[in-house]
Ligand binder design. Structure first.
Ligand SMILES: [Fe+2]
Ligand SMILES: [Fe+2]
Length: 177
């Protein structure tokens, strides 16, 4: 069973993941309002992934028979200076989450809580992908910010959606498993 201190940090992470969900919805709505549907779709999808991350943490705490707290979250940023800003914000956010996950894994290991450490391994791998995806997108948006249709075409080509779910992902609370 995770220690009280780790449970409290895991609950904080649930808050960070829900906050990331809200932030990505805000980014998606901004792009939707700018009639950039591929950028909007990309962020709506990212938002759902963040919700899943939160619910995976909830499921883990439930499975460990400790308290899972559904938190309130702060208001996301909803106004952006240009179409680059939401992606730059998202990359900074993903880097921050990587640090948070690494700190959680280090905490688990320091307490010889190998069960929690193992649970967190998937998130470590996921963060490598999320940072890479967001930094690729930032490069593309920087290169083509004066020609947003190039960005839209790139997203339609490289991130068409309908990607298969990751079979190694932890179950999320409410996913029926
Ligand atoms: Fe996440
Ligand atoms: Fe993420």
């Amino acid at each position: 069973m995770p220690s009280d201190a780790l449970v409290s940090h895991l609950n904080e992470q649930i808050g960070h993941e829900f906050a990331a969900h809200q932030q990505y919805v805000a980014c998606a709505v901004y792009y939707d309002s700018e009639t950039l549907p591929q950028l909007a779709r990309f962020f709506y999808r990212q938002a759902l992934e963040e919700r899943d991350h939160a619910m995976m943490l909830v499921k883990y705490l439930l499975d460990q028979d400790v308290q899972a707290v559904v938190p309130g979250v702060g208001a996301p940023q909803v106004a952006f200076t240009d179409i680059l800003a939401p992606v730059a914000l998202a990359l900074a956010q993903e880097r921050q989450v990587s640090d948070q996950i690494n700190a959680l894994a280090a905490h688990a290991r320091s307490e010889s809580d190998y069960t929690s450490e193992q649970f967190l391994q998937w998130f470590i791998k996921e963060q490598v992908e999320e940072v890479a995806t967001m930094s690729d997108l930032l490069r593309v948006v920087e290169r083509s910010k004066d020609d947003p249709m190039e960005i839209e075409n790139w997203l339609a080509r490289e991130h068409p959606g309908g990607e298969a779910g990751d079979p190694t992902a932890p179950h999320a609370a409410g996913d029926g498993a």
